[in-house]
Design a protein around this ligand. Structure first.
Ligand SMILES: CC(C)(COP(=O)(O)OP(=O)(O)OC[C@H]1O[C@@H](n2cnc3c(N)ncnc32)[C@H](O)[C@@H]1OP(=O)(O)O)[C@@H](O)C(=O)NCCC(=O)NCCS
Length: 264
């Protein structure tokens, strides 16, 4: 079981973690049966990164390797989304790991670092085998992370921005848009497609630089309980394997998550 830190937590940081719990609770149905999804409001994180005491505290939650990585980012937005993703992932790990005292560790006792492809991977994690898999995504005001006990996983959050419409020919086909024709709003339709393909890429094609052309939407269903889209995708070039992605809408965003080995 991972725990936040051995020291007292400053009040504003405690409020940030309480806010993350409340926000995350809204998505409990989305990742049900997949893993643990956590989401953090980056607008709430921003002021803490500008305050000495709170920022020192937040950095104390990182391992020294993570701290060095954060120090290398110069743009405030990138620092915020990177740290937000780590906090969400570490929160998820603290919820999914074994509870034996021997396995307990603090957030800073292990590192979540990019592998050669950029995918986050755990180092020096003291808890039991198998080592959990983690996926991270951020978009504008939110960062989110998915933690699964075993096997690859992928998460994507995307604001329904006008840019989705501008670049739609790069990731959407007529057939795929037809499968989604019961969704009236074009940005929502495109956002479902985009987040599904990004989540599948992170899960199954992490080491592939190009991927949109290799992932096709094959079926769409809507589950009214929890208001979740269940989207089937086929991945070409991997023996025709398939993946199921669960997608939810909230405010102006879509969040998609998937996990598991490919099914041929
Ligand atoms: C890098 C990529 C994995 C996601 O990029 P993105 O959608 O811009 O960003 P997201 O916020 O959703 O995801 C970023 C996170 O993905 C993770 N990630 C990066 N590379 C990854 C990979 N190869 N596999 C799995 N996860 C990866 C990282 O954790 C990263 O966050 P961090 O660096 O703060 O830890 C990849 O899908 C990509 O390059 N997308 C670009 C899409 C594109 O081609 N756009 C052009 C217009 S069509």
């Amino acid at each position: 079981m991972t725990r936040i830190c051995p020291d007292p937590i400053p009040k504003r940081a405690r409020d940030l973690f309480a806010d993350m719990e409340a926000l995350t609770a809204r998505f409990s149905a989305l990742a049900a049966g997949i893993g643990c999804l956590s989401i953090i409001d980056l607008a709430r994180l921003k002021p803490l990164m500008d305050q000495d005491e709170e920022f020192r505290f937040l950095v104390s939650l990182l391992s020294s390797a993570e701290e060095r990585l954060l120090a290398g980012f110069t743009y405030p937005k990138r620092r915020r989304e990177w740290l937000g993703g780590r906090l969400a992932a570490k929160r998820g790990l603290s919820r999914t790991q074994a509870t034996e005292p021997a396995a307990a560790c603090w957030y800073r006792d292990y590192s979540l670092l990019p592998d050669a492809s950029g995918r986050p991977s755990l180092h020096d994690y003291p808890a039991q085998e198998p080592i959990p898999a983690i996926s991270i995504s951020h978009s504008r005001e939110y960062a989110t992370a998915l933690v699964v006990a075993t096997g690859p996983c992928g998460i994507d959050i995307q604001q329904k921005s006008a840019q989705l419409v501008t670049v739609q020919e790069r990731f959407a086909t007529e057939e795929e848009l037809t499968l989604l024709d019961r969704v009236d709003d074009l940005r929502t339709r495109l956002g479902i497609l985009w987040t599904a393909k990004e989540a599948v890429k992170k899960c199954l094609l992490a080491d592939q630089p190009t991927f949109f052309g290799r992932i096709s939407l094959t079926e769409v269903a809507y589950q009214s309980e929890g208001a979740i889209w269940k989207v089937g995708c086929r991945v070409t070039g991997r023996d025709g394997c398939t993946a199921t992605v669960r997608i939810a809408e909230f405010d102006d965003y879509l969040i998609a998550c998937t996990a598991g080995e490919p099914y041929a």
